[in-house]
Structure formats: structure tokens, C-alpha cells
Design a protein around this ligand. Structure first.
Ligand SMILES: CC(C)(COP(=O)(O)OP(=O)(O)OC[C@H]1O[C@@H](n2cnc3c(N)ncnc32)[C@H](O)[C@@H]1OP(=O)(O)O)[C@@H](O)C(=O)NCCC(=O)NCCS
Length: 169
């Protein structure tokens, strides 16, 4: 995948990220969460105003992954409450691009960027049934630290593992 490149997202990229999220979530999450929960979470987490607030008020950064001219994935990360701890909020690739090492590449890129910003540990949440993503994180040195079940309203929960990785300086 030599024609793959990653660059930081600007506000102009956010509508494309919203569209990409819709495609990836509706392809990947059936069987992991219900279709109603997919639409509920997309509406809540991927409203354009939510993403704008994240980048302007919450110090969250988005990265876009391109293969050639096509936007095929994105990731986001930002500081967590504790000093030195950053959270990987999102890591999403179009299904056609899975299994080529691109997710790991995007993940390493976020780790490097977070480390530059002072991160010593990265944490993330992943659905317990999302075995493909859990395996990808484990391949990249993440381990399960906690099991959580968070009420997100609308009658839904996020039944997640919290995974962590110590970032070597
Ligand atoms: C999680 C996700 C980002 C992982 O991306 P990915 O590109 O499939 O994962 P990796 O980069 O680790 O790729 C590893 C696979 O590529 C293969 N591969 C091929 N070339 C490779 C290379 N040059 N380098 C590394 N791996 C390579 C590996 O053998 C491995 O194959 P396997 O999955 O059959 O064992 C991706 O599956 C995804 O977007 N899933 C849907 C969204 C999601 O669940 N996101 C996480 C939310 S918490």
C-alpha cells in the first residue's frame, strides 16, 4: 500500500468523515450492535456540530487516511483526564481496506502524534463483540485493562473493554 497516506483533518474534512463513518458503521456493526443502536450512536457521535466541538473545544485531533485520492479511513485521539494519558476515540477503515496493515499504520501514526503531545499511555474502548478490532489492538500491543458497561441513553449500553498501551518514549 505504498500509495496510502495520512494527514491531519481540518474542519473542511469533517463532512467527509461523517459520510465515511456512516458507510463503515452500517457495514461493520450489524451483528455487534442492533441497527437501531447503530443509527442512535451515529446521530449522537457523528453530528457535524459534535465533531466541530471536539476539534475546537476538546483538543481532539482527527487524522484522515487516503489510498490514492480516495478517503478510506480516519482516526481521532485527544487528552484524557489524567496527565500523560491520551484516548484513542476512533479508528475506522472501509471494509475493503481491512487486513492490509492499514489500520495498524493509522494507529501507529496516532500513537506517534500523541507521544509528541506528551502522551505516555494510550487508552481506548472497544465493543466486547468487536473481535476483529480487539485482535488488531492486541497485535499492536494493547491489553484489556477493564470491562465496562455504560448507559448511553435511548435504552442502549456500550458493553466495552477498555484497552491500554504504555507508549515507549
Ligand atoms: C480495527 C481496524 C481499524 C483494523 O484495521 P486492519 O487494517 O484490518 O488491521 P491491521 O492493520 O492490524 O491489519 C492486519 C491484517 O493485515 C494483514 N497484513 C497484510 N499486509 C500487512 C502489512 N504490511 N502490515 C501489517 N499487516 C498486514 C495481516 O496479516 C493481518 O491479517 P489478519 O487480520 O487476517 O490477521 C479495522 O478492522 C476496522 O476499521 N474495523 C471496523 C471499525 C472498527 O471496529 N474500529 C474500531 C473501533 S474501537
Amino acid at each position: 500500500m505504498s500509495d496510502a497516506r495520512i494527514r491531519p483533518a481540518t474542519e473542511e474534512d469533517l463532512p467527509a468523515i461523517v459520510r465515511l463513518a456512516g458507510v463503515i458503521w452500517r457495514a461493520h456493526y450489524p451483528g455487534i450492535i442492533s441497527p437501531t443502536q447503530i443509527e442512535f450512536m451515529l446521530a449522537r457521535m457523528y453530528a457535524l456540530d459534535t465533531l466541530r466541538e471536539e476539534i475546537h473545544a476538546k483538543s481532539i485531533r482527527y487524522e484522515c487516511l487516503f489510498v490514492g485520492e480516495e478517503s478510506v479511513g480516519f482516526a481521532s485521539y485527544g487528552p484524557a483526564e489524567k496527565p500523560g494519558v491520551f484516548k484513542l476515540h476512533k479508528l475506522y477503515l472501509l471494509p475493503a481496506c481491512h487486513g492490509r496493515g492499514l489500520g495498524s499504520r493509522l494507529l501507529r501514526h496516532c500513537e506517534d502524534a500523541a507521544r509528541t503531545l506528551g502522551a505516555r499511555r494510550l487508552i481506548l474502548s472497544v465493543n466486547k463483540r468487536n473481535t476483529k478490532a480487539i485482535a488488531a489492538y492486541q497485535r499492536n500491543g494493547y491489553t484489556v485493562a477493564e470491562s465496562v458497561c455504560v448507559d448511553i441513553g435511548g435504552g442502549f449500553v456500550m458493553d466495552d473493554f477498555v484497552m491500554t498501551k504504555e507508549l515507549v518514549p
